[in-house]
Design a protein around this ligand. Structure first.
Ligand code: PFF
Length: 444
């Protein structure tokens, strides 16, 4: 299956930054903290951590292993791992790439809003307050223009290929993201009210523990690690044969979880700093305001109460979100693009233009019918499709692949794996425990 002329990540660091770049996104910086805030803080954090280590990490290893074995796009990699089920493998790959394209179609809309908020904070910083209203006010024209801008940026990076596009941009942007994150979190901690948020985040109140919370935490963990949509299979296929997959996957999962945890350390205290500054964060019924209100209204309102420093902090915050979104969106576009270049023999330029254009069109349809379609697309892709496809991928690895095939693949880059605990646990864990756990949580 391997083709020698195929692109690869040039270094293990590059791969880790790209895969962590895919994983670290709006799901971490926005989704996780706001879900934690509205689900009792610490309890959500604990359940989420369990979901990442008990379910998402073993599945991440499974997805990367299939990709590295196939050394090809997701469709062909599934076929390589499932020789007797060619039709099923093709179907799974196609469904995966449709779902990931749909995720990109809503992700680009949200990323567009972030670009608007970033431009607004930047202009405030320079004392420009006129004409900025459009950037932060919901309208079809704003949503369309900003979404198209973000899609063009994504297409530009992916057009440059795996090493010169995705890897180069991820290795530049991810360290910058970590630095901005650190600065911002440290700053929030110096503000009055921050400790109240910290308490909510770190002291568990078990009365919040419900089956719904477990389902939300599972969905969040899958979304956060970009599972079930062939991204990690595709990135795994660009991984060199001497890379140690369990270790690399653990590093990616740790970075992703570390960023989500830190985002909680930043956003929950920031909410209470905002409250201290007179900004409303709870509705009249005592419930937390919904998540987009938090990020797009509450936090900017807090930045506004801090004068010029606030404008700078606001600009940094939104820049950080845009970087996180871009390193994720490029991984999404790469999935269908790699299929089109290898299956349809299109040039990368054409594939990016054609597929990126198509996703932009779908996204525009969602923008124009926002109230009917946006929530629907989010729920269909993230609540249902991602966990189900992830389950199917695990079943291929657990039940269809034979032990020697998997061992052979994992041994490359990790020759003594047979002696370690990972090898004793992981195969049956993926085969039995992961599917049962998922079904339990799903039907709960
Ligand atoms: N993991 C990204 C986040 O946390 O924002 C979202 C994501 C990226 C989902 C890539 C799916 C995907 F294929």
């Amino acid at each position: 299956m391997a083709s020698s002329s195929r692109s690869q990540f040039s270094s293990r660091f590059g791969f880790i930054m790209a895969a962590a770049g895919s994983a670290v996104g709006l799901g971490n910086v926005w989704g996780f903290p706001t879900q934690a805030a509205s689900n009792g803080g610490a309890v959500f954090l604990i359940v989420y951590l369990c979901m990442v280590f008990l379910l998402a990490y073993p599945m991440l290893v499974a997805e990367m292993t299939i990709g590295r074995y196939g050394q090809s796009n997701a469709i062909r990699s599934f076929r390589a791992g499932w020789p007797k089920g060619q039709l099923g493998a093709i179907l799974l790959g196609v469904v995966g790439l449709v779902v990931v394209s749909l995720i990109l179609s809503f992700y680009a809309i949200v990323a567009g809003w972030l670009m608007g908020s970033f431009a607004d904070s930047g202009m405030n910083l320079f004392g420009i307050h006129d004409h900025t209203h459009w950037l932060t006010t919901f309208s079809t024209s704003r949503n369309l223009i900003l979404m198209v801008t973000f899609m063009l940026l994504t297409m530009y990076v992916v057009r440059n290929g795996v090493a010169d596009g995705i890897e180069k941009w991820s290795t530049r942007l991810m360290p910058l993201l970590f630095i901005l994150f650190f600065v911002l979190t440290a700053y929030i901690f110096t503000q009055d009210g921050a400790m109240e948020g910290l308490k909510m985040y770190l002291i568990p109140d078990l009365s919040h523990l419900t089956p719904e919370l477990c389902v939300s935490a599972m969905g969040q963990a899958f979304f956060s690690l970009s599972l079930g949509v062939c991204v990690m299979t595709t990135y795994g296929s660009y991984l060199k044969k001497d890379a140690n997959i369990p270790k690399t996957a653990a590093q990616v999962a740790l970075i992703d979880t570390g960023v989500a945890f830190t985002a909680g350390l930043m956003v929950l205290p920031a909410m209470f700093v905002a409250k201290q500054n007179g900004v409303q964060i709870f509705s009249d019924t005592g419930a937390l305001l919904n998540s987009d209100t938090l990020v797009f209204d509450v936090l900017p309102a807090m930045f506004n109460t801090m004068g010029i420093v606030g404008a700078l902090v606001g600009a940094i915050f939104f820049l950080l979100m845009i970087i996180a979104a871009l390193t994720s969106s490029i991984s999404m576009l790469e999935v269908p693009v790699s299929c089109a270049t290898e299956e349809l023999k299109l040039s990368r330029n054409k594939a990016v233009l054609f597929i990126g254009g198509l996703i932009t069109l779908v996204s525009a349809i969602v923008v124009v019918n926002f109230s009917d379609l946006f929530g629907l697309v989010v729920t269909f892709t993230t609540v249902y499709s991602q966990p189900i496809i992830a389950l199917l991928i695990t079943l291929i690895v657990g039940w269809i692949w034979n032990r020697n095939q998997i061992l052979g693949e994992l041994k490359q880059g990790c020759p003594d794996i047979e002696q370690g605990w990972f090898w004793k646990i992981w195969p049956w864990y993926v085969r039995v425990v992961c599917p049962i756990l998922m079904l339990l949580v799903f039907f709960a």
